[in-house]
Design a protein around this ligand. Structure first.
Ligand code: COA
Length: 222
């Protein structure tokens, strides 16, 4: 066997053994999570936002409603699936979560990168065109409508630019078609009107809209 072939085979064996030890670690972690009742981060908060504070189902009517929601609400499906592949992503896997994100897009129309950090209780009311990029951070109980884009400000889709990613505070509402780009912060409780382009930070509790978005009502008048 020549040296090049030997090196290639050795490399392939190392890659396979890396993959199998990574897979073993993930399966061990998953079993551990199931047996100890640990949830993928954010899952219980999502359930609370959907089914009330208890986050539990009381009786057959609740159960029927839960099944209906899981079957027909694409926003719930998109988040549930995201929670699963985010969990895998946080355990060091890359290709599988990225592939699952692709399936999520095919199933629901929402493109949510496994590297996006979405807090518990998020609601995506309509999923079409929702795009949440790697590095974006959303607080708790954020509401998102269709065609919302959250991402970097770089000219190339593969380059976030120097400026980094948006941070969206707790309880923010992003109405349909809102685009938030770059290293900006939307303060807790702010509301951004339909089809706005946010390029600068918006203070907490304000109503802002327009291209570019400007604060139209501050909390005192809101
Ligand atoms: C931003 C929003 C919440 C503001 O509601 P509001 O405070 O009741 O505002 P008003 O409707 O009284 O409008 C006040 C002014 O702002 C303008 N305005 C309202 N929303 C705007 C927006 N998104 N972009 C630009 N201008 C807007 C109005 O034209 C009006 O202008 P005028 O004073 O010159 O006539 C609302 O307009 C909005 O964008 N809702 C989104 C709803 C949505 O996404 N629905 C999807 C359902 S599937």
């Amino acid at each position: 066997m020549d040296a090049t072939r030997y090196a290639a085979e050795k490399g392939a064996v190392r890659t396979l053994s890396d993959l199998s030890s990574k897979a073993t670690a993930v399966v061990r972690d998953l079993l551990d999570a199931i047996t100890r009742g640990r949830e993928p981060e954010g899952l219980l908060g999502d359930a609370r936002a959907l089914f009330g504070e208890g986050g539990t189902l009381k009786g057959a009517a609740d159960l029927r409603q839960a099944i209906r929601i899981l079957l027909v609400k694409p926003g719930v499906q998109a988040l549930l699936f995201y929670r699963l592949y985010r969990w895998l992503y946080l355990r060091g896997l890359r290709l599988l979560p990225e592939f699952m994100a692709r399936l999520n897009f095919l199933l629901t129309g929402a493109e949510i990168d496994p590297g996006a950090d979405i807090g518990a209780g998020c609601r995506i009311w309509h999923t079409a065109g929702v795009t949440i990029g790697r590095g974006v951070k959303l607080g708790r109980n954020v509401w998102i409508l269709h065609n919302v884009t959250l991402g970097g400000r770089g000219a190339s889709p593969f380059d976030p630019g120097e400026e980094g990613y948006p941070r969206i505070g707790d309880g923010v509402i992003l109405y349909t078609g809102v685009t938030v780009l770059g290293n900006v912060e939307i303060g807790p409780g702010a509301v951004i009107g339909a089809h706005s382009l946010v390029l600068d930070s918006i203070p907490a509790g304000c109503l802002a809209y327009g291209i570019p978005a400007r604060v139209m009502k501050s909390p005192s008048r809101h």
